[in-house]
Design a protein around this ligand. Structure first.
Ligand code: NAP
Length: 675
């Protein structure tokens, strides 16, 4: 195999390793495989290139344009991922481990592409929350909006997930409209570089949208400004050093840290050894110890079980972990590969030596059997379980992360004790709770959720479909308080907002409508040249309104509706009982009758551009409608979102008023309208 020379991609140019490049080694054989870093990069120019070229090009696109770009990019990577799998073996990862990294990363990008189109507008401004009424008559209102930062995002990633680590950060950053400089960990950055190279070769991203630093970042942190953001994943020690950068502090540069975590898994006190939850617990814990050779930030480090269950748990874990074959990750019979480097192995063994002062090793061997040839210099560590007799007295077990296949078993007395032990991690990414008792779930959420970014419950009910203790999902928040870094990643559109500025807009509704690319109630309306249901998607204008003639609501209408639908609720049928109700003066119209009348009043019956009514949001009834009332409906174009080349979604503000001009109902109506 030829030597790998990991390159950087700076201001549109590929730059090879410099004289001081670091050596790279095959994780399972120890052989030299190449070099990375050491080049003198002009990081100030890189930042400027991102800000002057990448940022404006990305911001010229709408959220939907960028979501489509991400989808195409994910598809491009997906079609070429096999070569990444081949390279990934060198990091010590089995094919199953690489699936988490490579397919997991690509899948995350697909999810952001899809959420961007479904949950964000086809616009440049994201509305955050609803309009706030700041005046009695509604002529002065408030609206929060989010817009992309005009700087660059610096992504500093850990060695354990070279592909996922890059893509899970790039997806929300690019969706926000912010260019990025990616700095992978040097030890496995060759795999990141291979995936990054595909991104550049795809030609799908605008110039300057992404750049890559192989090796050190040089003085880049000293150049960052108030519109830039740093998103760091790695050890707590490195995070502490970077947070201390005076320039970052002076400019209040956003600094998000995902760092180490002493995650736990709790076996519920309700679970007996014959329950399905017992096997589930053993399976989840074993998977967490062995997947990626335990080099997952979310891996279970502390196993919390009722004291009386300790022996049974040790026996079951021993049986399961003994069946795990270690060795050459390319072999089909191998379930666990090597750690990513000899340095990583040395670090894990050092932590194990610390743990040995507080607990007894009950599973694991210094010289495990390995499957394959030429592995003597590989970074292998056997699955290792410590048993701690006095978890209250232990300190290292609650404060030191052995970033490898190592976990410690601890007995708890009761649920409060279990929560106390879990919380001694000082803030964690995830704790799992395997239980079939809702009371246990309720107790632990109250006692421990504040110390965790994620609580993962699993039982016989969900075990067939659950995603696993260790999997951060793009939909759900990933991150944790305290030791875990105090930041958040992922969590759907929340992640996109990390790269945007939230701004409170105050002013008259018409100005805020124009600014936010969405019509707000109270702003100007106008009549269109034809019935709006006869107008195509591109012809409809924000604020275009239809006001219907009034319609009488009679007592016969109400009775007929009650008979037809079967809704004979007394407020619509029994005058005496209705009058005794504190909300009604007597018989009132059904709310759904009013909605049905409204539809009858504003629809245009003949086939036309409006293709379907797809939903209704935020319905509220403000005032009861009594027989003899006359209602009028106004229908206003609120927001338009192109969905395909054939049709787009039009959201309408619908407002029903009575003969006194009082509002009786409002809602948002969703329709699909032909382009
Ligand atoms: P690390 O040694 O802290 O390195 C993390 C990143 O920081 C690497 O890219 C590293 O680059 C870079 N770095 C180091 N010093 C730097 C400096 N002075 N300026 C700028 N960048 C610098 O961590 P690691 O060993 O790669 O990763 C293992 C740790 O990451 C574990 O503790 C694990 O729990 C944590 N982790 C957390 C998460 C999470 O989401 N919470 C996910 C994965 C891993 P070089 O490699 O070039 O030094």
């Amino acid at each position: 195999m030829s030597m790998i020379a990991v390159q950087s991609f700076a201001a549109g140019n590929w730059i090879g390793p410099g004289a001081d490049a670091a050596s790279l080694h095959n994780a399972f054989s120890g052989a030299l495989i190449g070099h990375a870093g050491g080049a003198a990069l002009d990081v100030a120019t890189m930042r400027q290139h991102a800000i002057a070229t990448g940022g404006p090009a990305l911001r010229a696109m709408t959220f939907h344009d960028r979501a489509r770009m991400l989808k195409a990019l994910a598809q491009y990577l997906n079609d070429r991922k096999e070569s990444l799998y081949e390279l990934s073996y060198l990091t010590g990862a089995t094919r199953a481990d690489s699936w988490i990294d490579i397919d997991g990363g690509i899948g995350t990008m697909f999810v952001f592409a899809s959420k961007g189109r479904r949950e964000m507008p086809d616009a440049h401004v994201y509305l955050d929350g609803e309009v706030e009424m700041l005046s009695r008559k509604g002529s002065f209102v408030g609206q929060h909006v989010c817009t992309p930062l005009q700087g660059v995002a610096l992504h500093i990633n850990a060695f354990n997930f070279p592909v996922w680590g890059m893509l899970e950060k790039l997806a929300p950053t690019l969706l926000a409209g912010v260019p990025a400089i990616v700095k992978p960990a040097t030890a496995t950055g060759y795999l990141t570089e291979a995936a990054f190279r595909m991104i550049i070769e795809s030609g799908l991203l605008p110039d300057g949208a992404v750049q890559l630093i192989s090796g050190g970042v040089g003085p880049l942190l000293d150049h960052l400004g108030a519109q830039d953001a740093v998103s760091f994943t790695g050890s707590a020690d490195t995070a502490l050093r970077l947070r201390g950068n005076v320039n970052l502090q002076r400019n209040s540069v956003r600094f998000a840290a995902e760092q180490d975590s002493l995650n736990a898994s709790v076996l519920g006190p309700d679970v007996g050894i014959d329950d399905p939850e017992f096997d589930l617990f053993i399976k989840e814990v074993s998977t967490e110890v062995t997947a990626k050779a335990g080099q997952k930030c979310t891996a279970v480090r502390r196993i919390l079980v009722p004291e009386v269950m300790k022996l049974a748990v040790i026996d079951a874990l021993e049986a399961r972990l003994a069946a795990v074959t270690l060795g050459d990750p390319r072999r089909d019979d191998v379930q666990m590969g090597a750690l990513a480097s000899a340095a990583q192995k040395a670090d894990v063994l050092e932590k194990c030596a610390m743990f040995a002062g507080e607990a007894r090793r009950v599973i694991g061997s210094d010289s495990p059997l390995l499957s394959g040839d030429g592995l003597a210099d590989g970074a292998f560590v056997a699955p290792t379980i410590f048993d701690c007799g006095d978890p209250d007295a232990a300190t290292h077990l609650h404060t030191q992360e052995a970033f490898g296949p190592v976990a410690c078993l601890m007995g708890y007395r009761d649920l409060d004790h279990a929560a106390q032990l879990a919380n001694r991690g000082g803030g964690a990414l995830v704790t799992s709770v395997i239980t079939n008792d809702g009371g246990v779930a309720h107790h632990l959420v109250a006692a421990s959720a504040s110390h965790h970014g994620r609580l993962y419950f699993n039982s016989r009910e969900s075990m067939g479909e659950s995603t696993g203790h260790g999997s951060p999902l793009p939909h759900m928040v990933h991150g944790g308080p305290g030791r875990a870094g105090g930041s958040e990643e992922l969590g759907g559109i929340r992640a996109v907002k990390h790269y945007m500025q939230r701004t409170a807009l105050q002013g008259p509704p018409s100005l805020l409508s124009a600014a936010g690319e969405t019509w707000l109630a109270g702003s100007h309306t106008h009549e269109g040249p034809a019935h709006p249901f006869r107008r195509r998607f591109h012809d409809l204008q924000l604020g275009e309104t239809l006001v219907t003639p009034p319609r009488l609501v009679s007592v016969d209408d109400i009775q007929a509706f009650a008979d037809f639908t079967g809704d004979q609720f007394y407020a619509h049928t029994d005058a005496v009982a209705a009058a005794a109700n504190p909300f009604f003066p007597g018989i009132v119209a059904h709310g759904y009758l009013l909605l049905s009348f409204a539809a009858g009043m504003f629809v245009e019956p003949a086939p036309g551009p409006v293709l379907a009514n797809t939903g209704l949001n935020a319905l509220s009834f403000q005032k009861p409608v009594t027989p003899g009332s006359k209602i009028t409906v106004s229908l206003t174009v609120k927001r338009k979102t192109r969905r395909t080349d054939e049709y787009g979604e039009v959201r309408w503000h619908v407002d029903l008023r009575d003969q006194d001009g009082d509002n009786v109902a409002t809602y948002e109506l969703l329709t699909m309208v032909a382009i």
